[in-house]
Design a protein around this ligand. Structure first.
Ligand code: SF4
Length: 286
Protein backbone atom coordinates (compact mmCIF):
# COMPACT_ATOMS: atom_id res chain seq x y z
CA UNK A 1 0.00 0.00 0.00
CA UNK A 2 2.93 2.30 0.41
CA UNK A 3 2.89 3.23 -3.28
CA UNK A 4 -0.55 4.88 -2.94
CA UNK A 5 -0.97 8.40 -1.71
CA UNK A 6 -2.96 8.94 1.51
CA UNK A 7 -6.08 10.18 -0.29
CA UNK A 8 -6.17 7.08 -2.45
CA UNK A 9 -5.64 4.84 0.54
CA UNK A 10 -8.48 6.53 2.43
CA UNK A 11 -10.78 6.16 -0.54
CA UNK A 12 -9.87 2.48 -0.85
CA UNK A 13 -10.58 2.02 2.83
CA UNK A 14 -13.99 3.62 2.32
CA UNK A 15 -14.70 1.25 -0.54
CA UNK A 16 -13.72 -1.79 1.51
CA UNK A 17 -15.94 -0.59 4.35
CA UNK A 18 -18.79 -0.31 1.89
CA UNK A 19 -18.23 -3.90 0.79
CA UNK A 20 -18.20 -4.98 4.42
CA UNK A 21 -21.58 -3.37 4.86
CA UNK A 22 -22.78 -5.49 1.97
CA UNK A 23 -21.41 -8.58 3.72
CA UNK A 24 -18.42 -9.04 1.41
CA UNK A 25 -15.24 -9.86 3.30
CA UNK A 26 -12.94 -11.71 0.92
CA UNK A 27 -10.77 -9.78 -1.52
CA UNK A 28 -8.02 -10.66 -3.90
CA UNK A 29 -5.51 -8.49 -5.54
CA UNK A 30 -5.52 -8.03 -9.31
CA UNK A 31 -2.36 -6.67 -10.85
CA UNK A 32 -3.09 -3.50 -12.80
CA UNK A 33 -2.87 -4.06 -16.55
CA UNK A 34 -1.62 -0.62 -17.52
CA UNK A 35 -0.15 1.99 -15.29
CA UNK A 36 -0.08 1.11 -11.62
CA UNK A 37 -3.41 1.62 -9.93
CA UNK A 38 -4.96 3.49 -12.89
CA UNK A 39 -8.24 1.65 -12.67
CA UNK A 40 -8.44 2.11 -8.94
CA UNK A 41 -7.65 5.78 -9.28
CA UNK A 42 -10.60 6.19 -11.63
CA UNK A 43 -12.93 4.71 -9.03
CA UNK A 44 -11.47 6.90 -6.38
CA UNK A 45 -12.32 9.94 -8.42
CA UNK A 46 -15.89 8.71 -8.53
CA UNK A 47 -15.95 8.20 -4.79
CA UNK A 48 -14.80 11.72 -4.23
CA UNK A 49 -17.97 13.07 -5.81
CA UNK A 50 -20.60 13.57 -3.12
CA UNK A 51 -23.49 13.15 -5.53
CA UNK A 52 -22.17 9.73 -6.59
CA UNK A 53 -21.70 8.64 -3.01
CA UNK A 54 -25.29 9.64 -2.40
CA UNK A 55 -26.37 7.22 -5.09
CA UNK A 56 -25.00 4.24 -3.19
CA UNK A 57 -27.75 1.93 -1.94
CA UNK A 58 -29.16 2.70 1.48
CA UNK A 59 -27.01 1.08 4.13
CA UNK A 60 -28.46 -1.71 6.18
CA UNK A 61 -26.62 -0.45 9.24
CA UNK A 62 -26.60 3.20 10.10
CA UNK A 63 -22.97 2.98 11.03
CA UNK A 64 -20.25 0.39 10.89
CA UNK A 65 -16.83 0.67 12.37
CA UNK A 66 -14.10 2.19 10.31
CA UNK A 67 -11.72 0.13 8.22
CA UNK A 68 -8.34 1.63 8.78
CA UNK A 69 -6.55 2.46 5.58
CA UNK A 70 -3.36 0.89 6.87
CA UNK A 71 -5.17 -2.40 7.38
CA UNK A 72 -7.55 -2.66 4.50
CA UNK A 73 -6.05 -5.88 3.21
CA UNK A 74 -5.98 -7.50 6.63
CA UNK A 75 -9.15 -9.30 5.56
CA UNK A 76 -6.90 -11.45 3.39
CA UNK A 77 -5.24 -12.97 6.43
CA UNK A 78 -7.26 -15.26 8.68
CA UNK A 79 -6.85 -14.28 12.31
CA UNK A 80 -5.19 -16.93 14.50
CA UNK A 81 -8.20 -17.01 16.85
CA UNK A 82 -10.63 -17.79 14.06
CA UNK A 83 -12.16 -21.20 14.41
CA UNK A 84 -11.71 -21.34 18.18
CA UNK A 85 -15.10 -22.03 19.71
CA UNK A 86 -14.08 -20.94 23.20
CA UNK A 87 -13.98 -17.13 23.45
CA UNK A 88 -11.65 -17.27 26.47
CA UNK A 89 -9.13 -19.26 24.45
CA UNK A 90 -9.60 -16.93 21.48
CA UNK A 91 -8.93 -13.89 23.68
CA UNK A 92 -5.74 -15.55 24.94
CA UNK A 93 -4.63 -16.02 21.35
CA UNK A 94 -5.26 -12.33 20.61
CA UNK A 95 -3.32 -11.36 23.73
CA UNK A 96 -0.47 -13.59 22.64
CA UNK A 97 -0.54 -12.06 19.17
CA UNK A 98 -0.35 -8.58 20.72
CA UNK A 99 2.75 -9.68 22.63
CA UNK A 100 4.96 -7.01 24.15
CA UNK A 101 3.55 -4.63 21.58
CA UNK A 102 5.68 -1.87 20.11
CA UNK A 103 3.39 -1.13 17.16
CA UNK A 104 2.72 2.49 18.08
CA UNK A 105 4.71 5.16 19.88
CA UNK A 106 2.78 4.70 23.15
CA UNK A 107 5.03 1.73 23.91
CA UNK A 108 7.94 4.08 24.55
CA UNK A 109 6.15 6.86 26.33
CA UNK A 110 6.20 5.52 29.85
CA UNK A 111 3.69 2.68 29.87
CA UNK A 112 4.27 0.15 32.63
CA UNK A 113 2.24 -2.56 30.97
CA UNK A 114 -0.32 -3.30 28.30
CA UNK A 115 -3.91 -3.14 29.56
CA UNK A 116 -5.64 -5.73 27.40
CA UNK A 117 -9.18 -5.92 28.76
CA UNK A 118 -11.01 -7.74 31.50
CA UNK A 119 -14.26 -9.53 32.14
CA UNK A 120 -16.57 -12.22 30.90
CA UNK A 121 -15.57 -13.58 27.48
CA UNK A 122 -19.26 -14.45 26.95
CA UNK A 123 -20.54 -11.03 28.00
CA UNK A 124 -23.71 -9.60 26.49
CA UNK A 125 -22.55 -6.13 27.46
CA UNK A 126 -19.19 -4.57 26.74
CA UNK A 127 -17.83 -1.19 27.79
CA UNK A 128 -15.15 0.52 25.75
CA UNK A 129 -13.22 3.48 27.10
CA UNK A 130 -10.48 5.65 25.71
CA UNK A 131 -7.24 4.36 27.22
CA UNK A 132 -5.61 3.37 30.50
CA UNK A 133 -4.84 5.97 33.16
CA UNK A 134 -2.23 5.82 35.91
CA UNK A 135 -4.08 3.28 38.09
CA UNK A 136 -4.88 1.07 35.12
CA UNK A 137 -1.28 1.24 33.92
CA UNK A 138 -0.08 0.23 37.38
CA UNK A 139 -2.55 -2.63 37.81
CA UNK A 140 -2.85 -3.83 34.22
CA UNK A 141 -6.64 -3.67 34.30
CA UNK A 142 -9.00 -1.14 32.72
CA UNK A 143 -11.15 1.12 34.91
CA UNK A 144 -9.72 0.42 38.35
CA UNK A 145 -9.23 3.98 39.66
CA UNK A 146 -11.91 6.40 40.81
CA UNK A 147 -13.50 6.36 37.38
CA UNK A 148 -13.46 2.58 37.58
CA UNK A 149 -15.30 2.69 40.91
CA UNK A 150 -17.97 4.81 39.32
CA UNK A 151 -18.18 2.46 36.35
CA UNK A 152 -18.63 -0.42 38.80
CA UNK A 153 -21.51 1.48 40.39
CA UNK A 154 -23.04 2.10 37.00
CA UNK A 155 -22.78 -1.60 36.17
CA UNK A 156 -24.33 -2.53 39.54
CA UNK A 157 -27.14 -0.06 39.03
CA UNK A 158 -27.90 -1.87 35.79
CA UNK A 159 -28.39 -5.06 37.78
CA UNK A 160 -25.08 -6.62 36.78
CA UNK A 161 -21.68 -7.33 38.30
CA UNK A 162 -18.39 -6.13 36.86
CA UNK A 163 -17.42 -9.78 36.31
CA UNK A 164 -20.44 -10.25 34.04
CA UNK A 165 -19.44 -7.61 31.49
CA UNK A 166 -16.28 -7.10 29.44
CA UNK A 167 -14.29 -3.86 29.69
CA UNK A 168 -11.62 -2.63 27.29
CA UNK A 169 -10.19 0.54 25.79
CA UNK A 170 -9.47 1.84 22.32
CA UNK A 171 -5.74 1.97 23.12
CA UNK A 172 -4.07 -0.49 25.45
CA UNK A 173 -1.17 1.63 26.66
CA UNK A 174 -1.36 4.71 28.83
CA UNK A 175 -0.94 7.96 26.90
CA UNK A 176 1.56 10.16 28.77
CA UNK A 177 -0.07 12.61 31.16
CA UNK A 178 -3.43 11.05 30.33
CA UNK A 179 -3.55 12.95 27.07
CA UNK A 180 -6.08 11.93 24.46
CA UNK A 181 -4.74 9.09 22.32
CA UNK A 182 -3.73 10.32 18.90
CA UNK A 183 -5.28 9.15 15.70
CA UNK A 184 -2.36 7.00 14.58
CA UNK A 185 -2.24 5.34 18.00
CA UNK A 186 -5.97 4.54 17.89
CA UNK A 187 -5.69 3.26 14.34
CA UNK A 188 -2.79 0.99 15.21
CA UNK A 189 -4.30 -0.41 18.39
CA UNK A 190 -8.00 -0.65 17.60
CA UNK A 191 -7.74 -3.70 15.27
CA UNK A 192 -7.00 -5.72 18.41
CA UNK A 193 -10.10 -4.29 20.07
CA UNK A 194 -12.09 -5.21 16.96
CA UNK A 195 -10.84 -8.77 17.27
CA UNK A 196 -11.79 -8.86 20.96
CA UNK A 197 -15.28 -7.64 20.10
CA UNK A 198 -15.61 -10.19 17.30
CA UNK A 199 -14.69 -12.98 19.71
CA UNK A 200 -16.94 -11.85 22.56
CA UNK A 201 -19.86 -11.00 20.28
CA UNK A 202 -21.66 -8.79 22.79
CA UNK A 203 -25.27 -7.79 22.26
CA UNK A 204 -24.52 -4.22 23.29
CA UNK A 205 -21.38 -2.10 23.38
CA UNK A 206 -21.37 1.07 25.45
CA UNK A 207 -18.79 3.59 24.28
CA UNK A 208 -17.62 5.60 27.27
CA UNK A 209 -16.92 9.12 26.14
CA UNK A 210 -16.48 10.90 22.86
CA UNK A 211 -13.04 9.50 22.04
CA UNK A 212 -14.23 5.90 22.26
CA UNK A 213 -17.43 6.72 20.38
CA UNK A 214 -15.67 8.56 17.58
CA UNK A 215 -13.13 5.79 17.14
CA UNK A 216 -15.69 3.01 17.11
CA UNK A 217 -18.19 4.81 14.92
CA UNK A 218 -15.87 6.97 12.82
CA UNK A 219 -18.20 9.89 13.43
CA UNK A 220 -16.72 13.22 14.40
CA UNK A 221 -19.69 14.55 16.33
CA UNK A 222 -20.23 16.09 19.77
CA UNK A 223 -21.58 13.99 22.61
CA UNK A 224 -24.93 15.74 22.37
CA UNK A 225 -25.36 14.21 18.91
CA UNK A 226 -23.76 10.86 19.66
CA UNK A 227 -25.88 9.99 22.70
CA UNK A 228 -29.49 8.93 22.93
CA UNK A 229 -29.70 6.29 20.21
CA UNK A 230 -28.42 2.89 19.20
CA UNK A 231 -26.03 2.35 16.31
CA UNK A 232 -25.59 -0.93 14.47
CA UNK A 233 -22.01 -1.96 14.94
CA UNK A 234 -19.90 -4.59 13.25
CA UNK A 235 -16.18 -4.73 13.96
CA UNK A 236 -14.11 -4.21 10.85
CA UNK A 237 -11.38 -6.42 9.45
CA UNK A 238 -12.56 -9.64 11.05
CA UNK A 239 -14.89 -12.43 10.05
CA UNK A 240 -17.94 -12.69 12.24
CA UNK A 241 -19.64 -15.93 11.18
CA UNK A 242 -23.36 -15.81 11.88
CA UNK A 243 -23.08 -12.98 14.37
CA UNK A 244 -25.16 -10.02 13.26
CA UNK A 245 -23.16 -7.44 15.19
CA UNK A 246 -23.93 -5.42 18.29
CA UNK A 247 -25.99 -2.40 19.20
CA UNK A 248 -23.75 0.44 20.24
CA UNK A 249 -24.76 3.19 22.64
CA UNK A 250 -22.73 6.21 23.72
CA UNK A 251 -22.60 7.69 27.19
CA UNK A 252 -20.32 9.93 29.22
CA UNK A 253 -16.95 8.69 30.40
CA UNK A 254 -17.04 8.04 34.17
CA UNK A 255 -14.05 10.41 34.60
CA UNK A 256 -16.18 13.17 33.08
CA UNK A 257 -19.05 12.29 35.43
CA UNK A 258 -16.67 12.65 38.38
CA UNK A 259 -15.85 16.15 37.19
CA UNK A 260 -19.46 17.04 36.43
CA UNK A 261 -21.80 14.89 38.56
CA UNK A 262 -24.82 16.82 37.26
CA UNK A 263 -24.56 14.73 34.10
CA UNK A 264 -25.09 11.46 35.98
CA UNK A 265 -28.82 11.66 35.33
CA UNK A 266 -28.15 11.87 31.60
CA UNK A 267 -25.77 8.90 31.79
CA UNK A 268 -28.42 6.97 33.67
CA UNK A 269 -30.86 7.61 30.81
CA UNK A 270 -28.30 6.12 28.38
CA UNK A 271 -27.86 3.08 30.59
CA UNK A 272 -31.61 2.64 30.96
CA UNK A 273 -31.89 2.49 27.17
CA UNK A 274 -29.33 -0.33 27.20
CA UNK A 275 -31.07 -2.08 30.09
CA UNK A 276 -34.37 -2.01 28.28
CA UNK A 277 -32.77 -3.59 25.23
CA UNK A 278 -31.07 -6.29 27.30
CA UNK A 279 -34.09 -6.84 29.58
CA UNK A 280 -32.16 -5.88 32.71
CA UNK A 281 -33.84 -4.80 35.93
CA UNK A 282 -32.45 -1.67 37.62
CA UNK A 283 -31.05 -1.65 41.15
CA UNK A 284 -30.43 1.99 41.93
CA UNK A 285 -29.46 5.01 39.87
CA UNK A 286 -25.75 5.91 39.69
S1 SF4 B 1 -1.30 1.28 22.40
FE1 SF4 B 1 -1.74 -0.64 21.37
S2 SF4 B 1 -0.63 -0.55 19.42
FE2 SF4 B 1 0.26 1.01 20.77
S3 SF4 B 1 1.98 -0.04 21.74
FE3 SF4 B 1 0.20 -0.24 23.11
S4 SF4 B 1 -0.73 -2.20 22.58
FE4 SF4 B 1 0.67 -1.63 20.89
Amino acid sequence: MSQFDPQLRRALAERVRYYHELGIYDFYRREPQNSAGAEVAENVEDLSQPELREEMPARKSAVVSRVEDENIFEVLTPKPEQGLADPAAALSVIREDLGDCTRCKLHKQGRKQIVFGVGNPHADLMFVGEGPGADEDAQGEPFVGRAGQLLNNMIKAMGLLREEVYIANVVKCRPPGNRTPERDECETCSPFLMRQIAVIKPKVIVALGAVAARNLLAINAPMSELRGRFYDFMPSGVRNGDWQGAKLAVTYHPAFLLRDPRQKGEAWKDLQMVMKYLGLKPRQPV
